[in-house]
Design a protein around this ligand. Structure first.
Ligand code: ADP
Length: 207
């Protein structure tokens, strides 16, 4: 989050004179308390300042990157998920390639007849199968997919930061969001991709 000049000044005042009341900050800036109220609310919500009733504002001591990390921890995948593209495991590699183009995604999630998640297929999985000179019109996608239990999963309440860390450490572009069924198998309800993370990253600076 980028701070404006007045917000920077408020932080300086609180740093040097805190704890300090909103009244006193306003005095030092020759402004009214009412004019200052939105800035104080923003700085408090963003975590730069802390407010104590009857004491006033004091500096939290957090750097911008600490504040950003805390903001990111509060963003959960449920609020940013996109629509998952799900195919049955008996579709052919050719059909899977068509879906990648039609649906404009990089990763497909594969389910069995009960709609349980059984696999993941990426662009490169499909390219590899095509380059090997196999009959992609007759080869089912379940031969080339990455299977359970090797699939990296997310729950709706997981943080975006956790999702991003999983993508980096497991070297994958997309993760399915799942709900556990009574049977113990997983139903795919959403998807988080590197695009999701990029969009959130940009939105943090676009406020
Ligand atoms: P690409 O292979 O097109 O670069 P990825 O980096 O996402 O795309 O995929 C790398 C490999 O990891 C592929 O073999 C793919 O099947 C597998 N993969 C992709 N997503 C997941 C996931 N969520 N969990 C486990 N494996 C995955």
């Amino acid at each position: 989050m980028e701070l404006n000049q007045r917000q920077e000044k408020i932080i300086e005042i609180v740093k040097s004179s805190g704890p300090i009341t909103g009244e006193k900050i306003a005095e030092q800036l020759s402004l009214t308390r009412a004019t200052l109220r939105p800035d104080l609310a923003i700085l408090t919500m963003a975590g730069y300042l802390e407010a104590r009733p009857r004491v006033g504002y004091f500096y939290s001591g957090k750097s911008s990157s600490q504040v950003l990390t805390e903001q990111l921890k509060n963003h959960i995948v449920k609020d940013y998920q996109s629509h998952p593209v799900v195919l049955k495991s008996d579709v052919t590699v050719y059909e899977a390639i068509c879906s990648i183009f039609i649906e404009d995604v990089g990763t497909l999630f594969i389910v069995n007849a009960e709609n349980d998640l059984v696999g993941v297929v990426s662009r490169k999985d499909l390219l590899r199968a095509s380059m090997a000179g196999q009959d992609i019109h007759n080869m089912p996608v379940n031969i080339i997919m990455t299977r359970m239990p090797n699939i990296v999963l997310l729950n709706e309440a997981d943080s975006i930061l956790y999702a991003a860390k999983q993508m980096i450490s497991k070297e994958i572009d997309s993760i399915p969001i799942v709900k556990t069924k009574e049977s113990g198998h997983y139903e795919v309800t959403g998807r988080v991709s590197k695009t999701t993370i990029t969009k959130l990253f940009v939105s943090l600076f676009d406020q």
